[in-house]
Design a protein around this ligand. Structure first.
Ligand code: GTP
Ligand code: MG
Length: 618
């Protein structure tokens, strides 16, 4: 069903903005005439804005109907119907288009007039086999750059950086390896202009050398070969050339068209020359961009920063990104609050090929998603929401049989090669990659592990739904399921496992394949509360909170969650209602919670009370 029809909701765009009467702003928005249209699986927040009410009011109505929802959760069609009744409005649920709306495509077709184009620096990815020296090359350039920096600025690891060479610069993507490269390409992002293929002269072409080459070719990206470790006694750069020539990379000196540079990354030998060659090849590509166009590019890294919230490193591909610009990136949007480069400088403007870390996002963008600057904040928000709705719609799938790690144990006896499907969530992109990497390195002869989806942030209902639909388990690494996800998981029997150390997860899988799953300490969540107001007292900060679900119990273990990520683990030290110490507080009541030794709590945080029980697994 292509959804090729015009999409009635577009003509019916909410008109509250334009129709702004000179009424006092705090007054509730007027109810629009005619039916209100909301996309299927609309979030509470979006629903609230469509009907002109506050999200808290909607959450309260839902509670009255026995539905516990947080502001970012989706509403079922039934819930929308009930809310419509309650509000006395006519509300229609529409399927979001599976194709982008006109706003999304209008600018894609714009032509660049050649006279506006200016040269830009190349964006380079370093690839090659394990231990052949990818990181060493990047580190050497990085070190030179820092030495050249007079004031010794505070370098920032933002996932990419610029290296100066004579009067020109090269942008290096700091995530060596073809997996990251391919992940980005899988998302449609073509950010790399040139690949440096590193081959150790003492080891020659290895499996990952071939893989890297395949990936570079698949992307039609030119390759320069860095033959590394030529300082080693058993170095044989000629053999490397022969091996690569067999793979179709004919060295220039042998009449081919591939540039080979012999280097020693440890000493920095010939690394300047390698940069010269990068410029030479880049010049042949005539890399150009219009710096005055609206900014566009790709997010190459993103994570949740404890202090600054979601941050993402963007590489601008064309145009110039400015502070305050409204930007969308996949289903995330932001009004650029700050831009920091790899030397910790705050930038006002970032032009083509410039990597910058941007804060101010509505949520953590996904590495590999493209970004673009749009007209205004309103449009950014709307496009982001439409995209999110499309994603949710796609995942609104029928339930299949859930599995658990224990099922795997049963399967090992029957199936020749059981498959463990996983959905992996973690607090940072780096952790996600490390986890996926570790899983892939596991012994695949006993169990085949497949990661269906991985991402940054809390485990959401969408993750659990996908797990349910595809017979997968959900694995969280320093993140927790939100309330909806946990309830859905419990109700449908989806195995949600959270870990703080990768090794523990690997151990569990290993044990399950051997049928040795030890008795585990099972965690039982007692309840969750939302922090609404902070009170500073001589004994520390007290979090004035509202119990959303279950109960909060004094002396129970507790975690503090911010956007689904664990920011602190401790205990409920004090629990009060109206100045009275109490033992527990139930759903729907307010209370004051003190968590000893943790004063960094913030409004909007979630406190999760839990206890640990020992259960035998049979
Ligand atoms: P992975 O990230 O594990 O895939 O490895 P990598 O390709 O990033 O290799 P890395 O830069 O970590 O280097 C691997 C080892 O080779 C390290 O012990 C380096 O010190 C060493 N090494 C790197 N370059 C040179 C070199 O030019 N000469 C010598 N002798 N050793 C080198
Ligand atoms: Mg490395």
């Amino acid at each position: 069903g292509g959804g090729r029809h015009g999409g009635p909701q577009r003509g019916q765009r909410d008109t509250r903005g334009q129709a702004a009467q000179p009424a006092p702003p705090p007054a509730p928005a007027p109810v629009p005439a005619g039916p209100i249209r909301v996309p299927r699986a609309v979030t509470v927040e979006e629903f609230a804005s469509k009907v002109g009410r506050g999200p808290a009011e909607i959450i309260k109505m839902l509670l009255g109907m026995g539905e516990l929802k947080t502001i970012s959760q989706s509403l079922s069609d039934e819930a929308v119907e009930l809310l419509a009744d309650e509000l006395g409005m006519t509300i229609e649920v529409v399927s979001p288009d599976t194709e982008p709306g006109p706003e999304e495509t209008s600018e894609e077709t714009e032509e660049e007039s050649p006279e506006l184009l200016e040269p830009r620096s190349p964006v380079v990815t370093v690839m090659g086999h394990v231990d052949h020296g990818k990181s060493s090359i990047l580190q050497w350039y990085r070190k030179q750059e820092m030495l050249a920096l007079e004031a010794g600025g505070i370098t920032q690891a933002i996932g990419a950086y610029r290296v100066h060479n004579h009067d020109r610069t090269v942008t290096f993507i700091d995530t060596p390896g073809h997996q990251a490269f391919t992940q980005m390409r899988a998302r449609g992002a073509e950010v790399t202009d040139l690949v440096i293929l590193v081959v150790a002269a003492d080891d020659g072409v290895q499996p990952q050398t071939r893989e890297a080459l395949d990936h570079a070719r698949a992307a039609s990206v030119p390759v320069i070969v860095a033959v590394n470790k030529i300082d080693k006694e058993n170095a044989d750069p000629t053999r490397v050339r022969q091996q690569l020539a067999e793979l179709g990379l004919q060295p220039e000196e042998w009449g081919g068209d591939t540039i080979f540079v012999d280097v020693a990354a440890k000493q920095g030998t010939n690394l300047e020359e390698l940069l010269d060659m990068v410029h030479l090849v880049a010049d042949l590509q005539e890399l150009k961009a219009n710096p005055s166009a609206p900014a566009r590019g790709v997010a190459i890294e993103a994570h949740l920063d404890k202090g600054r919230g979601p941050v993402a490193t963007l590489i601008v591909q064309k145009g110039s990104l400015k502070i305050g610009a409204p930007v969308v990136c996949g289903p995330a949007w932001c009004k650029v609050r700050s831009m920091v480069d790899d030397m910790g400088h705050h930038l006002e403007v970032a032009g083509p090929s410039q990597p910058v870390q941007v804060s101010g996002w509505s949520r953590v963008p996904t590495a590999g998603d493209e970004f673009k600057a749009v007209r205004d904040e309103r449009e950014a928000k709307r496009i982001a929401q439409e995209r999110e709705a499309r994603v949710r719609q796609a995942e609104y799938v029928a339930a299949a049989k859930p599995v658990s790690l224990l099922d795997l144990l049963a399967k090992t006896q029957t199936d020749a090669l059981p498959e463990l499907r996983m959905i992996v969530k973690a607090a940072t992109q780096g952790a996600v990659e490390a986890l996926v990497d570790a899983l892939e390195k596991m012994d695949q002869k006993k169990v085949r592990s497949t990661v269906l989806r991985s991402g940054v942030g809390a485990i959401t209902e969408n993750d659990v739904t996908l797990a349910l639909a595809s017979g997968a388990i959900v694995v969280g690494f320093n993140v927790r399921p939100d309330v909806g996800a946990r309830q859905l998981g419990e109700r449908e029997g989806v195995d949600i496992r959270t870990y703080q150390v990768i090794y523990h997860l690997l151990n569990d899988i290993e044990a399950a394949t051997k049928g040795l799953l030890a008795p585990v300490q099972q965690e039982v969540v007692l309840g969750t509360a939302q922090v609404r107001q902070l009170f500073r007292t001589p004994r520390g900060v007290i979090a004035g909170s509202y119990v959303l679900e279950g109960k909060i119990v004094r002396n129970a273990s507790a975690r503090v969650l911010r956007d689904g990520a664990i920011v602190y683990t401790g205990t409920i030290g004090s629990l009060r209602r109206f100045k009275e110490d109490v033992r527990e507080v139930l759903t729907g009541f307010e209370c004051g919670i003190g968590i000893p030794d943790f004063n960094d709590i913030k409004e909007g945080d979630t406190i999760e009370a839990y206890e640990v029980r020992e259960v035998a697994q049979t």
